[in-house]
Structure formats: structure tokens, C-alpha cells
Design a protein around this ligand. Structure first.
Ligand code: NAD
Length: 487
């Protein structure tokens, strides 16, 4: 079946949304957006340059005094309204986000519900951001500390889950009383722009949320701008280093949510059918997820059995059109990504790696898009690039182990520390292993999602700080202490 043409008539105008103004004549130029499943252009996207970032900062700073002065219950109700907006427009937002990044239905469908949950959750925090009354001396005196917004925050998000990223970052930032410059990437601009439009319709004052699609130039302009008080960045470590380089010159605080190379440890006593499915989930979203379990560690007695189960299940999962509901694996984001991933696969093959599944770019009816067969390498050495680098494609590396200690050692032997997964029927062991893993997030015996209420983030080169839960709103506030002389 030929690939279905996406409903481009549903796309918002791909221009900047600053205050309530649209800007399409930008100093940052414009770039074509390409749909990953067909390789066809969907529109020409305006990119913010330094001039437009400055205009957006002025809009946000003008809106800030009134937004900061909104009462907590007003902010709460407006965030609840935003949650409702995600629910009411879920179908449209899913369709737009699928054009953004060509994720299949099953991966894209939950985005608006996740964002709705985040806006409800953080709306609930708006009236609960209590401070502390702190014992001090000499007495009599009174000391209290309150949590205050930074002011204007710049939020830079990646292309792989823009709606989800908006929920996890913009919701706590707004709930805390900040105004926001949201920078979606040029590779996936549409859903964020539509969210900006919907927020204006929902009653957010112009300037509180500004959507400034941009590439590196606009991103750097945000980091350097003195009118932005904090940057929150989600993306790759390479870009994070560039951001920190610029941020150091203006001593700007930066929150970082970065990549991973997460271990999925399968013990011999696990439910092996479930474990095999969890191994395949390492490639879900065609491997374009920060938390994917891309290193699959399998205890030696069940090693070949797990490989066979993975092969068997993979044979039943469809690779193809992201708009067809039964598709499990869609394309990767663009031509450059496909070429890079194929290079990684080919290099590993040329060095003698054992390919258990996939290992090639797909042709035929899929040849215009960027489809790569889900690829499983077995007997991978944990020191090889297959196990060390974030490939961000549908590739997992399977590694055998003999003891619990060895599994923990291999899992922790990585520059990253975002997530880990443990598959075992021995819950005592599961907790013991979880204690020893140097990561921010652990799922045991299956992936149940990422509730907004839990702290999300990594250690080592996977990031600084946390989104989600109370930590998520702390990320967008800073304490102010007041010491009162009562003598
Ligand atoms: P990326 O680093 O290329 O881009 C991320 C964002 O930074 C985009 O908006 C991009 O336009 C912008 N950008 C690029 N250069 C910039 C510069 N010099 N200054 C300022 N901004 C700049 O990452 P990506 O390819 O969009 O996303 C994939 C990466 O994101 C992976 O490493 C993935 O693991 C990571 N990620 C992490 C999380 C998390 O929560 N930890 C979530 C999703 C993705």
C-alpha cells in the first residue's frame, strides 16, 4: 500500500507567534519542513533570528508584571483551562504532531493526554507553592522563604515529542508565574505553534507564551539574551555544551534534560515473553526516545531464548506508514538521521557484529521515506560504539552477563545515566539492583509510562535537574528569604 499523504491542510501557519502577532519575515530566514514518511515538503517554516528573539523577549517582559500579579487561583484555573484545551483538541494535535515527526499512531496518540495531565497537575501546584518559616536567631525574629518565578524563561525542546515536552516544561514554568519563550525545533514546529494559538484562544494573555521556532541561531540568541532569566534545554549533549558555552558568558542558569543509553537488564527468572517485548520497546518510536532501553543485558542461561523471542515478536510488528493504526515502527526524522544510522549499522556489520534482526534501510514503497528496519545486534561489547553512543534510531545492542554484579557493572559503565529497566520475578533482587544503578529513572517489569507526578531526569551526562513532580516546579522557581527583626 502506498504511504498515505498526511493532512497538511490541518497544519497551522508555520510562522512565529509572539504576543498575539504572527511574524513570517524573519532575520533567521526559513527552512522547509519535510515529512519523514514520504520525504515531501509540508511547508516553509519561519525561523527566529536574534531580532525576533529580542521582539519576543520584549513581549514576554511586557506581559510579566501582570502575569506575576495573577493570583494563584487565577493561574490554577487558566492552567486547568489549558488542560481542557489539550483534551478538546486532542485529535487535531495528534494529527499535527504526526506530521511534525512522523511518529506512528500508537506513539503519538498519548501526547495531548500527557500534556493535559501536566497542565492539570501543575495547575494544582499554582496554589500550593508554599514557602518555609525557618527557625533563626537572635530572637525575637521571624524568617520566611518564598518560592518565586525567575521571570522570563527560555524553553528549548527537541523534535521527538514536542507536545509531551510542552507539558513537562511550559506547565510548571507558567504555574510558577514565569512568562515563556518556547523554541520548538525547525524539524518539528507545528504542534507547538498550534498550542500557542490555542492558548491565546483559551485566554492566556498575549506575551505569556511566545512560540519562536528556530534553529541553532535563534537558540543561541535566546541563551545570550539578557532579558531571559533562565534556560531550560531538552536535547542532545552536543547542543547542551554549545548552550553552556554561551550561558557561561552571561552566567545564566540552565536546566538540562539530555540523552541516554539505558540498560534493560533481563534476569533468567523474568517473564521472558514480557522481557522480550520490553527489549523491543528499546526501539519504540524507531528508537527516537531519550529513555529507550537500547542496551539489552540478558543473563546467559536465557540469552539465546530471549534473542529468539525478540526475533519472533519483531516478525509480527509492522514497519511502515505512521498514519496506519497497526504500524509499530515508522520512519526516522529525516534523511540525515537515516544516513547516520545506516552508517552506524554498516560500520558495526563490517567489524563483524552479529545481526539478529534488521540491519538495513527499507526500500520498495518505503524508499521515499526514512525507514530503517528494527535492528538487533547480539554479543555486543559494552565498550563498542554500538553500546556507548546514543544512536537515536531503531537499533538495540544485546549483551550477555553471568552475575548480578556483572549486570550492574555493565549497566553503570556508560557516560549516560538517564534510565534503566529491570526484568525479574525476584522483587528483592529488583529493588537491590535498582539501588545500585546510577540513573535517574528505573522501571521494573514493564514500562507503565511517565506520570507527571514523579521526578524525571538523569545523572551523569544525561542532565541536570528534574522535570515532573514538585522538583519540576522547583526548576522554574528560586527561593527568596526574608529575615524580620522583631526585637
Ligand atoms: P538537539 O540537541 O539537536 O536539538 C534540541 C533543540 O536544541 C532543538 O530545538 C534545536 O533546534 C536546538 N538547538 C540546536 N542547536 C542549538 C544551539 N546551538 N543553541 C541553542 N539551541 C540549539 O536534539 P534533537 O536532535 O532535537 O533531540 C534528540 C536529543 O534529545 C537526544 O539526545 C535525546 O536523547 C534528547 N532528549 C532528551 C529528553 C529528556 O527528557 N532527557 C527528551 C527528549 C529528547
Amino acid at each position: 500500500m502506498p504511504i498515505i499523504a498526511p493532512p497538511v491542510e490541518k497544519l497551522p501557519k508555520p510562522t512565529l507567534l509572539i504576543g498575539d502577532r504572527r511574524i513570517d519575515d524573519s532575520s533567521g530566514g526559513a527552512v522547509d519542513h519535510v515529512y519523514g514518511a514520504t520525504g515531501k515538503t509540508t511547508g516553509n517554516v519561519t525561523l527566529a533570528g536574534a531580532r525576533e528573539i529580542d521582539i519576543a523577549v520584549q513581549a514576554a517582559r511586557s506581559a510579566l508584571p501582570a502575569w506575576r500579579a495573577t493570583t494563584p487561583d487565577q493561574r490554577r484555573e487558566l492552567l486547568f483551562r489549558a488542560a481542557q484545551v489539550f483534551r478538546e483538541n486532542s485529535e487535531e494535535l495528534v494529527a499535527i504532531s504526526q506530521i511534525d515527526n512522523s511518529m506512528p499512531v500508537f506513539a503519538a496518540a498519548g501526547g495531548p493526554a500527557n500534556a493535559a495531565d501536566a497542565f492539570s497537575y501543575y495547575g494544582g501546584w499554582a496554589d500550593k507553592l508554599v514557602g518555609d518559616v525557618i527557625p533563626t536567631w537572635p530572637t525575637p525574629s521571624l524568617d520566611y522563604a518564598t518560592l518565586n518565578p525567575y521571570g522570563v524563561v527560555g524553553i528549548i525542546i527537541p523534535w521527538n515529542g514536542p507536545i509531551y515536552a510542552v507539558g513537562m516544561t511550559v506547565a510548571p514554568a507558567l504555574a510558577a508565574g514565569n512568562c515563556v519563550l518556547l523554541k520548538p525545533p525547525e524539524l518539528a514546529p507545528y504542534a507547538a505553534i498550534r498550542i500557542g494559538e490555542l492558548f491565546l484562544e483559551a485566554g492566556f494573555p498575549p506575551g505569556v507564551l511566545n512560540v519562536v521556532t528556530a534553529g541553532p541561531e535563534g537558540g543561541q540568541a535566546m541563551v545570550a539574551h539578557p532579558g531571559i532569566d533562565k534556560i531550560h534545554f531538552t536535547g542532545s549533549g552536543t547542543t547542551a555544551k554549545r548552550i553552556l558555552d554561551t550561558a557561561k558568558d552571561v552566567l545564566k542558569p540552565v536546566g538540562l534534560e539530555l540523552g541516554g543509553k539505558s540498560a534493560n537488564i533481563i534476569f533468567a527468572d523474568a517473564d521472558l515473553n514480557n522481557a522480550a517485548m520490553q527489549a523491543i520497546m528499546g526501539m519504540q518510536g524507531s528508537g527516537q526516545g531519550c529513555i529507550n532501553g537500547t542496551r539489552v543485558l540478558v543473563e546467559r542461561p536465557v540469552y539465546e531464548e530471549v534473542l529468539a523471542l525478540v526475533q519472533g515478536v519483531l516478525g509480527t510488528l509492522e514497519v511502515g506508514d505512521p498514519l496506519v493504526a497497526s504500524t509499530f515502527f515508522g520512519p526516522v526524522i529525516n534523511a540525515a538521521a537515516a544516513e547516520r544510522i545506516v552508517r552506524v549499522i554498516d560500520t558495526a556489520k563490517s567489524e563483524g557484529a552479529r545481526v539478529v534482526a534488521g540491519g538495513e534501510r527499507l526500500g520498495g514503497e518505503l524508499s521515499d521515506g526514512y525507514f530503517i528496519a528494527p535492528t538487533v545486534f547480539a554479543d555486543v561489547d559494552n565498550s563498542s560504539p554500538l553500546a556507548r553512543d546514543e544512536i537515536f534510531g531503531p537499533v538495540v545492542a544485546v549483551i550477555p552477563f553471568d552475575t548480578e554484579e556483572e549486570a550492574v557493572r555493565i549497566a553503570n559503565d556508560s557516560p549516560f545515566g538517564l534510565a534503566a529497566y529491570v526484568q525479574t520475578s525476584n522483587l528483592k533482587r529488583a529493588h537491590a539492583v535498582a539501588q545500585q544503578l546510577d540513573v535517574g529513572l528505573i522501571w521494573i517489569n514493564g514500562f507503565l509510562g511517565i506520570p507527571t507526578s514523579v521526578p524525571f531526569g538523569g545523572v551523569k551526562q544525561s542532565g541536570w535537574g528534574r522535570l515532573g513532580g514538585f522538583d519540576g516546579i522547583r526548576e522554574f522557581t528560586q527561593p527568596k528569604n526574608v529575615f524580620v527583626n522583631l526585637m
